[in-house]
Design a protein around this ligand. Structure first.
Ligand SMILES: *Cc1c(COP(=O)(O)O)cnc(C)c1O
Length: 244
């Protein structure tokens, strides 16, 4: 337990150093970049370690795992009453039959990729009397064969329509865009296309300034392209089984 805490502390420091260096390299302020600690496959105890280190923002990609973990963390926090509350970001493909559960713990849904999901999330959030921030997930490789890797996202041509639906909803606010770089190719061209789309979005929705891009392997390229959120799992918490 103490070893795990020390390991996570060292990893967190290293990731924060990478973020600072990446910002410095392109003249950005590191305070503009939020680290989303992706805790999928890792236990609630890791979330608690990160909370004790002062980290607050977490990402999960599957409702079943996320809801159980969020509940476990909340119960532990209620016992100790010392740690700050976490902010949960849902970052995975989301079926409409899961939205009721997701809105019960998520503060941000980064993976909004279709109009039907906007409608379902809004309805569930209104019912639960919750406000949610939503990012529209963009598919940066829309012509690629779907390979089941779950990268997902809306076709770039559909993004503005989905964003307008979020902005016009009752309980969702439009945060910005999210994307995962295509596998097996350098991320820079895809992140450049994402940055162009993000600028277009801000031209219409001035408050939609968030851009979630970058993972353990490509956070520097994402920050160079303007990312405001980087979603980091492996570099913080170590490996996971390859197929999730
Ligand atoms: C798992 C996951 C991440 C984190 O990836 P790492 O390479 O482990 O940092 C980021 N974004 C999404 C959408 C994920 O599913």
């Amino acid at each position: 337990m103490a070893d795990r805490a020390a390991e996570i502390a060292a990893n967190l420091a290293a990731v924060n150093a990478r973020i600072s260096a990446a910002c410095a390299a392109v003249g950005r302020d590191a305070a503009e970049v939020t680290l989303v600690a992706v805790t999928k496959f890792h236990p609630a105890s890791d979330v608690l370690h990160l909370l004790r280190l002062g980290h607050r923002v977490f990402g999960e990609n599957r409702d079943q795992e996320a809801s159980a973990k969020a509940a476990e963390v909340a119960a532990k926090l209620a016992d100790t009453a010392s740690d700050p509350a976490p902010e949960w970001h849902f970052i995975g493909q989301l079926q409409t039959n899961k939205v009721k559960s997701v809105v019960s713990y998520a503060d941000v849904v980064e993976s909004v990729d279709r109009l039907a999901l906007v409608t379902a999330l809004d309805r569930a959030a209104v019912r639960a009397e919750r406000k949610l921030r939503a990012f529209v997930q963009v598919n940066l490789d829309p012509d690629a064969e779907r390979d089941g890797s779950g990268r997902g996202g809306a076709h770039p041509d559909e993004v503005l329509e989905i964003a307008a639906a979020v902005a016009g909803s009752d309980a969702l606010s439009l945060g910005g865009l999210m994307a995962v770089a295509p596998l097996g190719v350098p991320p820079e061209p895809a992140f450049a296309r994402l940055a162009t789309l993000a600028a277009q979005l801000r031209g219409i929705h001035a408050d939609a300034v968030s851009l979630s891009a970058g993972m353990s392997g490509d956070l520097e390229a994402a920050i160079a392209a303007g990312a405001t959120h980087v979603r980091i799992g492996t570099a913080l918490l170590g490996g996971r089984p390859p197929l999730r």
